[in-house]
Design a protein around this ligand. Structure first.
Ligand SMILES: [Mn+2]
Length: 226
């Protein structure tokens, strides 16, 4: 899992470096579908890659506010420096499955946008850093990722994360499902808090976390880390 995530990060970093450079130069026009095709090609160059783990999502400006958005010829938007761009993508590798989301702004974000992005990021970090008892169900940790948004009366209307397979399903059971599950060591799941302002923009950050055992003096517990 770790090895494939490193390969996947290389493909993504190479692609993002190209995208950022060309958007700042302004000579090449980028749109959502060009992001999808180019990023998919970068991943395919990685060892043991067998294609995307789901249809790559590139969502600019108002399209980013649509939770289940997937670009098409009818909805495709040109990417400029006026709003947020969400890129949510993953790869199938013989040694793993990946799923990662980043949000970018290539111009100047407003103070309000910076605050909301920061609160989404704080939620993602809080969940990644959580130490918890092994009696805790997956649905109980969801609040951790939302608390910083709740403080300013904001929220997002989807689950915070889902289990992920290894060269299997990219979306396994949700961690905020009605049927709670106990965490076990080496359970891998996504940490993806977000915020959506209808008709304006979306912000979503996603990493895959791994549950690991920690020894505590009082009783055994588990900690989730990258
Ligand atoms: Mn995901």
């Amino acid at each position: 899992m770790k090895n494939a995530h490193m390969k996947d990060a290389v493909a993504l970093s190479d692609f993002l470096s190209l995208l950022q450079e060309q958007i700042h130069e302004g000579k090449v026009q980028w749109d959502e579908l060009k992001v999808v095709h180019t990023l998919d090609e970068y991943r395919q160059q990685q060892d043991l890659n067998r294609g995307p783990s789901f249809s790559t999502i590139a969502a600019f400006g108002p399209n980013g506010a649509l939770i289940h958005y997937k670009p098409s010829l009818e909805t495709n938007r040109i990417i400029d420096n006026s709003s947020f761009l969400i890129i949510d993508s993953g790869g199938q590798y013989l040694d793993e499955t990946t799923d990662v989301t980043s949000t970018f702004h290539f111009g100047l974000a407003t103070q309000r946008q910076k605050e909301i992005y920061t609160r989404v990021l704080m939620g993602a970090i809080d969940l990644a850093a959580l130490v918890f008892s092994d009696s805790i169900a997956d649905s109980h940790v969801d609040i951790i990722a939302r608390q910083n948004l709740y403080q300013v009366e904001l929220d997002y209307h989807h689950e915070t994360g889902h289990g992920i397979g290894s060269f299997l399903n990219v979306h396994e059971m949700n961690i905020n499902s009605k049927e709670p599950h106990r965490f076990r060591a080496n359970y891998f799941f996504s940490d993806e808090p977000s915020y959506y302002l209808p008709n304006e923009y979306g912000i979503r950050l996603e990493t895959i976390l791994r549950v690991v055992d920690v020894k505590m003096t009082v009783h055994s517990a588990r900690i989730a880390v990258h």
